[in-house]
Design a protein around this ligand. Sequence first.
Ligand code: ADP
Length: 258
Amino acid sequence: HQLAVHVTPLVGDPSTGAVVVLHDTTELNRLESLRRDFVANVSHELKTPLSSIKAYTETLLGGAAEEAATRTRFLREIEEQANRLDELIRDMLDLARIESAQQPFAIQTVGVTAAVEACRKHHAPRAEAKQVRLLVDDQSPLAQVQADPDGLRVILNNLVDNAVKYTPTGGEVRIDWRVVEQMVEISVADTGIGIPADKAARVFERFYRVDAARSRDLGGTGLGLSIVKHLAQSFGGSVAVQSVPQQGTKFIVSLPAA
Ligand code: ADP
């Protein structure tokens, strides 16, 4: 433990004794170091696309714009990096809003079937384009959860987005749910690349990516699961992961049943 020590002599003469106060600053230091890491990460994540945009712009202004093919290629790169910045900033603001609880959630009864079906519909074109089967288990029971509908949508979208993203062509993503005591457990299981056992616990950390280069290429910010975890906790629930590398991954969100 880290301690801060304050010594105050009792009276003018130190031989009469002193009051020693010890403050345990371990937790404070931990929070401060988390904050510093976060700021460093944010700066790095924002600077990378920004540097690309600047470099492409300078090259274009330096004469590369003359050639039509090069111009188009560089402008596409600039557009892609700008989109990345946009996505990062949106995710960071979402996370900040959830954490500071600035925006109170509108907790209400939400039907799981309809929420899952909306999510499936939203991701179906992307899954189809990639030839990944996106299935909803029709054996799942009728269930309702206590949650903010927008928050539940974000949770499901992030999990299904990842599942499709990290599953190669020919694979499968399956959504189902069951009622366990007072909770509804919604699972999103894929047959994708999986997560090594020693990395699984870390995927909920902000900006953590098992393979930073691959994830960045696929358009990931490293914030999605962090947002999922905070939302689930805000609704009185939790999220867990089970994975076997090269075989697949299952995320299970547990939310209070209504
Ligand atoms: P990202 O935006 O990079 O996908 P997330 O916070 O959503 O960030 O996920 C963190 C990391 O967890 C990802 O970079 C990836 O390495 C890993 N991950 C998340 N979902 C899956 C999945 N379904 N299969 C394999 N790896 C996953």
